[in-house]
Design a protein. Structure first.
Length: 117
């Protein structure tokens, strides 16, 4: 008899007023901005358009009670941006909740093995 494996999976997403606020794409982009110091470089490294990256980060700031992405005007050395301390707290919180969900799913998937033939 061929047994099929059953398992559950999930992706963590935060909403604010029914709008997508924070998910894996936002976290990846914020972390890349932290590394690169600019939206343009982060978008390039993540292989997304600058316009798409800018839209994601602008929406984060718009939905957030405090700024997440702090933009710096261009000048002699060019502009750039950084992630605020609140944004870094969101990243840590998101990553902790993902670990909690992975643990829950691991436990639940083990239980599934005894439920299905």
């Amino acid at each position: 008899m061929n047994q099929l494996a059953f398992n559950m999976s999930a992706e963590l997403t935060f909403y604010r007023e029914d709008e997508l606020f924070l998910g894996s794409a936002q976290i990846r982009l914020m972390k890349q901005v932290m590394v690169d110091g600019s939206i343009h470089a982060a978008a390039k490294n993540l292989r997304m358009s600058y316009q798409h990256a800018w839209h994601i980060l602008d929406k984060l700031n718009r939905l957030s009670p405090v700024p997440i992405v702090i933009r710096q005007k261009g000048g002699k050395d060019g502009g750039g941006c950084r992630i605020s301390s609140y944004g870094m707290k969101l990243i840590r919180t998101y990553e902790k909740k993902v670990i909690d969900i992975i643990q829950f799913l691991d436990d639940s998937n083990s239980e599934l093995k005894s439920c299905f033939f």
